[in-house]
Design a protein around this ligand. Structure first.
Ligand SMILES: Nc1ncnc2c1ncn2[C@@H]1O[C@H](COP(=O)(O)OP(=O)(O)OP(=O)(O)O)[C@@H](O)[C@H]1O
Ligand SMILES: [Mg+2]
Length: 243
């Protein structure tokens, strides 16, 4: 897969949330997008997901122009989102949540792929018929990732997946991201946990007021001591709450 975003504009009325953003994800990459609250990170992902219509620019995936296409077309093209705040259906069972990830699939391999998710996440397997509300925050994040994987994506976008997780679950989450990347999926990772994100990613972009202010190899951004303070509002990783 390859994703090429050129000159993307997202606006809500007079608020320009994303301004002339150009970004790419090459096959096999983990690319991170960093930025403070309100920088436009979620707006970028929602435009890529097809949930908001860009006010300008172009989104090309595997050579196909998806700019004017809706959310279903994005899923079919292989783009899956693990949304901000997880957005688990808490009144549904774990199993039903996973099936939702495959709602656009017309093939008969869905059950097999859901079983593969249970192999990967034994905590979900043992709770498959329970309501998702019984899961801890960390387990809900795993469920959100599992639900995205059920769509058989080639690109997984994650919106601040580590937010609110205990340090143990943050470690497991970033391990999981590396694992699915090693299995061939490309990753677009939005984070405020700058340290972990740059340790995991190959390249990164810094967003400030909707614009890319820095980009480059993750090691170079991580070594840039001025970056955290100047662009990320102090640079300290937010203290994680218990999962
Ligand atoms: N639905 C909306 N309607 C109007 N303005 C919005 C809407 N969603 C976001 N915004 C505004 O767009 C800008 C970018 O918001 P966005 O949620 O994309 O930022 P973010 O980087 O994801 O922030 P956070 O770290 O808090 O999640 C902000 O000024 C925000 O107030
Ligand atoms: Mg956001």
């Amino acid at each position: 897969m390859s994703l090429e975003v050129t000159g993307l504009e997202v606006a809500y009325g007079r608020t320009r949330a994303v301004r002339g953003l150009t970004l790419r994800v090459e096959p096999g990459e983990i690319v991170t997008v960093l930025g403070a609250n309100g920088a436009g990170k979620t707006s970028l992902l929602r435009a890529l997901q097809g949930a908001v219509k860009p006010a300008g620019g172009q989104i090309v995936y595997n050579g196909h122009d998806l700019t004017g296409q809706g959310a279903a077309a994005r899923v079919r093209a292989g783009i899956a989102l693990v949304p901000e705040g997880r957005q688990i259906f808490v009144s549904m069972t774990v199993h039903e949540n996973l099936l939702m990830g495959g709602y656009l699939r017309g093939d008969d391999k869905l059950n097999r792929d859901v079983e593969a998710i249970y192999d990967r996440f034994p905590n979900l397997a043992s709770r498959r018929d329970m309501r998702a509300s019984v899961l801890s925050g960390g387990e809900q994040q795993m469920l959100a990732v599992g639900r995205a994987l059920v769509a058989r994506p080639s690109l997984v976008m994650l919106d601040e997946p580590s937010l609110g997780l205990s340090p143990l679950f943050v470690e497991r989450l970033f391990g999981l991201i590396r694992e699915i990347n090693a299995e061939g999926l490309s990753i677009l990772l939005v984070e405020q946990n700058t340290h972990m994100a740059l340790e995991t990613a190959t390249r990164g972009y810094v967003l400030e007021l909707g614009q890319v202010t820095r980009e480059g190899p993750a090691e170079r951004l991580a070594a840039d001591a001025s970056m955290a303070e100047a662009y990320l509002g102090g640079g300290a990783d937010p203290a994680p709450a218990p999962a």
